[in-house]
Design a protein. Structure first.
Lengths: 486, 97
């Protein structure tokens, strides 16, 4: 393993600015690392040599002139749901095999403008639906810390790539926990911003009222830098806010005098492993010793979150995925008698089991006679869940909990029972339903596997989530390490 | 409330997802299991609670309505499974009853 593949952005940027290394050398070290480990980890679906060679050259030109910012020359991996012009983008699905977008998503375009170098496209659960990356329409990704286990999901490829030193930073999307949960079980930092903080233009939509794009990195500071570069108003996404981009405000001020809430319900969720609970208790103790006041808070509707989520997200997905009809792009079954048969056979063949299951569930929940009982009811419960968080944040500055109730589980162990898979998201999906920013960062191990600490903050208070996470990182000395692999 | 096979066929038709042998039983069983969990929503009193469709305060932002270039015809058709004379080609629609 080259030292270059273990650097943080801050460390790499310093070496690049001193001309101790070039962007091309940094990128080449990551490409070599990929050659060495990706046949085991399988984090990537495809590579983009034309992009990374040119972008590394451009970065070196800028650095030679003394220009560029912290992300200039930094190797980046992008989840297969974010459109990049001319680069095959498939949402992990066979139905989009061969699709080359005619434009680039805003989040990726902003990182390109900031000088990041795209290595390739990472694997994920099909249309970001899953918690293990086993629902990929291509192949499963393996956890770099134990290759027989899942990397979490749906952004499992992006989390695994950063954990294995194949990329310094990566992008994921989080609809119910799909950044934070894989970050937790792969032992890296992952952040879901406030709904509306990062433009969703060019993101292949899953559930539009919940989806957000966010970074993976190996330090809290790196995650903050990537988020800052992506965030901010975009006229191409009407839900993207024009609030000030202040996510790094007060970053290093510590937690002294802050009130951190521990929701009782989040400590009692079904399936919480003892080792995870112990690691989280120790992390909370560390934050207390660092000067935070720990307070009890309540999120009384926690038990209903999963049920509300599994109406709202499938309902929105059934509507969003109607566009995959075999007409405009992707797979199309052509030996048919009429157009309805083409739709039905294309969608049966092109979508995998989980995606079809969710489209069916969402279609049912929205269908005539069931709308009030399911969709409207779930939206009302969403209001109650949001009010729970509003009440909790009147008593504390941020909420701390486990990210995932379990460590990485063995590949194949939960695929037969969808509900057991959905339960992986029980501590994260509340943040999506309420639109909150949340970060997961490493806080030790259980059974030798990484455990993630989640920090949730009020809407638009990424600065608070990052400040608490940073304070924990400093106080604990726990760092995201690169897994040896193999 | 478990889903019947007739309901599965109806929903599959609405969703335009073809059914292959075994699919009806598969969806009936799996969706019933998930719906059983979801039915706990009915325990919550929501009579006085408004629904939430969107969680942040942004409402109907408008941009200047000025013409700007969009995709060319060539770009729009570049990913089409079947295109002819600048159009998307689809199977017969009129033969449908």
């Amino acid at each position: 393993m080259s030292e270059l593949t273990e650097l943080t952005i801050a460390e790499a940027a310093r070496l690049l600015r001193l001309h101790s290394i070039s962007a091309t050398e940094l990128v080449t070290a990551h490409v070599e690392r990929i050659d060495h480990v990706d046949h085991l980890v399988k984090a990537f679906l495809r590579f983009t040599p034309e992009l990374y060679e040119r972008q590394a050259d451009d970065a070196d030109e800028k650095l030679k002139r003394g220009e560029g910012g912290p992300l200039t020359g930094i190797p980046l991996a992008v989840k297969d749901v974010l459109c990049v012009k001319g680069v095959e983008t498939t949402a992990g699905s066979q139905i989009l095999r061969g699709f080359k977008p005619p434009y680039t998503s805003t989040a990726v375009a902003r990182l390109f403008e900031a000088g990041a170098v795209m290595l390739g496209v990472t694997n994920c659960d099909e249309f970001a639906m899953g918690s293990s990356t086993e629902n990929s329409g291509y192949f499963p990704t393996h956890n770099p810390w134990d290759l027989d286990r899942v990397p979490g999901g749906s952004s499992g490829g992006s989390a695994a790539a950063v954990a294995a030193g194949e990329a310094m930073i990566s992008l994921g999307t989080d609809t119910g926990g799909s950044i934070r949960q894989p970050a937790a079980v792969c032992g890296v930092v992952g952040m879901k911003p406030t709904y509306g903080r990062v433009s969703r233009y060019g993101l292949i939509a899953f559930a539009s009222s919940l989806d957000q794009i966010g970074p993976f990195a190996r330090s809290v500071e790196d995650a903050a830098l990537v988020l800052e570069a992506m965030a901010g108003h975009d006229p191409l996404d009407a839900t993207c806010s024009d609030r000030p981009n202040d996510v790094r405000r007060d970053f290093d001020k510590g937690v002294k005098g802050m009130r951190l809430g521990v929701p009782y319900e989040y400590t009692q969720v079904e399936g919480m492993e003892r080792g995870v609970k112990d690691a989280i208790d120790a992390a909370i103790k560390t934050l207390e010793q660092a000067g935070a006041e720990i307070v009890d808070v309540k999120l009384p509707h926690t038990d209903y979150g999963l049920a509300a989520y599994y109406i709202i997200a499938p309902a929105e997905c059934s509507s969003n995925l109607a566009r995959f009809d075999g007409v405009k792009y992707g797979l199309s079954v052509q030996d048919v008698d009429n157009i309805t048969e083409m739709y039905m056979r294309t969608r049966r063949q092109g979508f995998g089991t989980e995606v079809r299951r969710r489209i069916m569930l969402g279609t049912y929940a929205l269908s005539s006679g069931y709308y009030d009982a399911y969709y409207l009811k779930a939206q009302k419960v969403r209001t109650l869940i949001k009010r729970d968080f509003d009440d909790a944040f009147s008593k504390c500055d941020a909420i701390v909990s486990a990210t995932s109730p379990v460590v990485a589980f063995p590949i194949g162990s939960r695929t037969e029972d969808p509900l057991s898979m959905y339960l992986c998201d029980v501590l994260t999906l509340g943040g999506n339903l309420a639109g909150l920013p949340g970060i997961s960062l490493p806080c030790g191990t259980s059974q030798g596997l990484p455990v993630g600490l989640q920090v949730l903050a009020p809407q638009w208070r990424e600065d608070v989530a990052l400040r608490v996470a940073r304070a924990y990182e400093v106080a604990s000395g726990v760092k995201a390490e690169v897994a040896a692999v193999g | 409330m478990p889903l019947t096979r007739a309901q599965v066929r109806h929903v599959a038709q609405l969703a335009r997802i073809g059914l292959e042998p075994g699919d009806e039983e598969f969806y009936a069983e799996q969706l019933s299991g998930i719906l059983e969990h979801i039915d706990r929503l009915q325990e919550v009193d929501t009579d006085a609670i408004p629904p939430t469709a969107q969680v942040v305060e942004v409402t109907n932002p408008l941009r200047e309505d000025v013409p700007r270039p969009g995709l060319t015809q060539e770009e729009a058709l570049a990913n089409a499974p079947a295109a002819v004379n600048g159009f998307f080609r689809v199977p017969s629609i009129q033969e449908e009853a």
